[in-house]
Design a protein around this ligand. Sequence first.
Ligand code: NAP
Length: 385
Amino acid sequence: MKYRKFGKLAWEASALGFGCMRLPTKDGRGYSDQVDEAESIAMIRRGVDAGINYVDTAYPYHGGQSEIVLGKALRDGYRDKVKVATKSPVWMIQKPEDFDTYLREQMTRLQLEHIDFYLLHSLTSARWEPLVKLDVLARAEAAVKDGRIGHIGFSFHDNHETFKKIVDAYPGWEMCQIQYNYMDVENQAGTKGLRYAASKGLAVVVMEPLFGGRLASPPAAVAEVVAGDPEKRTPADIALQWIWDQPEVSTILSGMSSMVQVEENIRSAERSGVGSFGPGDFALIDRVRAKYRERAIIPCTKCEYCLPCPNGVNIPRNFELYNDAVVHDDPTLPRFTYGRFLGEKERAEVCTACRECEEKCPQAILISEWMPKVHQMLGAKPPQG
Ligand SMILES: NC(=O)c1ccc[n+]([C@@H]2O[C@H](COP(=O)([O-])OP(=O)(O)OC[C@H]3O[C@@H](n4cnc5c(N)ncnc54)[C@H](OP(=O)(O)O)[C@@H]3O)[C@@H](O)[C@H]2O)c1
């Protein structure tokens, strides 16, 4: 296993971390609470035996079973070999004491008296403001003081401006977790966010390195481009190496859902390193990206000339999610994002077809005609996770 600098801490994280959000399940449904406990424990322990020293879970994963199963996997001496990260379900916090109530419940589930990294889960602009008002970080600091948690961090799902604002708002952050992969360079925190957080001394943990698995099994047209790789690496390996090449990344969390994936990703991590991606590799990624983008059917460039919408619809974000679903032949994650992270008033369904935006769109997109289609595709109930 290769190890990497973890922000300002005098500790190095394994290049590969274990994300426990997509453990194998008995009913075959990705996010279900029917976790295949024996197989999950075997996979986590195999990862730790191979040198993984960072494991990540959260309150809602697998309906609460992820923390429980991880707790079991860490028995028999495995606890001492890893740092454990879990996350506060901030959307459930109504009053300051709730922070401690959930933390206690999570410690019980994990069977731990100390959690190494405790993150405020999935921060967005809308989630951040109420947490500030409830002074949740004072609660977190008290938990550090009495030893319930080691370090305070946050995971993030919003745009770069919000990311920077949150990084700057609290000097006590020691780490953050961002969605990052070769399709997300300008999306969410993005490459700018990665570099900014690292420049402030935060460790940056990468989640969704394979875009929730989609980059590992690309549609045929994209797979053809990937197959042009002279080294014949798998799409997953190429995507992971692209991230590991960047010095600001502390560890990559992979949500491995089979032992085969664990073995493959361990082998990838062993070959990883800053500077290991050559000019030919970057050119390959450029071609892959271009092929994905070619598939987008709404020609929105996110120029935002259409905004503000008089009804508050976040037009570019709706289009981006719709295009994502089409580009990857898979609406699952865009649906989840639409339901969970787009404010109710920002969603396509709020469009009244007033067409004010259409006069301003330089691409002449018939926005009012697209909006019902966007909502029809993305408005289906999101999975838990
Ligand atoms: N804090 C947050 O808001 C948040 C959000 C998302 C994730 N996370 C954390 O970050 C972790 C990583 O994110 P993620 O699970 O979305 O990671 P990811 O690596 O983008 O996606 C995981 C999926 O990729 C596929 N995969 C992994 N390795 C593969 C390989 N070698 N070959 C082929 N396919 C492979 C599997 O899909 P199949 O099952 O389809 O084969 C797996 O379920 C999560 O597990 C979770 O711990 C946190």
